[in-house]
Design a protein around this ligand. Structure first.
Ligand SMILES: [Zn+2]
Length: 175
């Protein structure tokens, strides 16, 4: 049974401002050194430190190959002038993570970043979701046979077929 690739939100400063799902336990956050600097300069130092110490956020340097590729595509699209160096880093990081064993999703409200992301076949989403004001109800289930096992934990073997169990959100209650 192939393991699902881990979901990684590749975030820019707008994503931090809008408090995208920090809390969702299966989602890892990643950003680049230039963006980390920008976040700290924009008054988000405490949030960044909190996410780093919780090992929720990792700071990764994109490769030169990906940086070149992003610039090339952005130039073709006429978007290069609309992108800052941190924007280009962000796209390049998402590209790197795609070729590694991850499932990156760019989280940004920047239209040029989204445009270039689309051309590079990178997954992306905006941050314009309501802030988290809800409690998530989780369900333990087997992704192979569909068995629901409310009293068991994630990663325990399914009592029916032996596949490691997963968790998913089934209900969100407003706080
Ligand atoms: Zn099963």
């Amino acid at each position: 049974m192939p393991q699902k690739k881990p979901l990684i939100f590749v975030i820019d400063t707008s994503a931090i401002f809008n408090r995208i799902q920090y809390a969702a336990e299966d989602i890892q956050l990643a950003t680049t050194p230039l963006l980390e600097k920008e976040m700290r300069q924009k008054g988000l130092k405490e949030t960044v430190d909190m996410l780093l110490s919780a090992q929720k956020l990792c700071i990764l340097e994109p490769t030169q190959i990906s940086l070149r590729k992003v610039r090339e595509v952005a130039k073709q699209l006429g978007d290069l002038d609309n992108l800052s160096d941190p924007d280009i880093e962000l796209l390049a990081l998402a590209l790197d993570l795609t070729s590694q064993n991850g499932h990156p999703v760019l989280v940004t409200d920047d239209y040029s970043i989204q445009n270039v992301a689309q051309s590079l076949s990178l997954e992306f989403r905006g941050t314009n979701q309501p802030r988290i004001r809800e409690v998530i109800q989780w369900e333990t289930y087997c992704s192979a046979c569909g068995h629901k096992a409310p009293d068991m934990s994630k990663d325990e073997p399914c009592p029916v077929c032996g596949t490691p169990l997963k968790r998913r959100a089934i209900k969100k209650k407003p706080i």
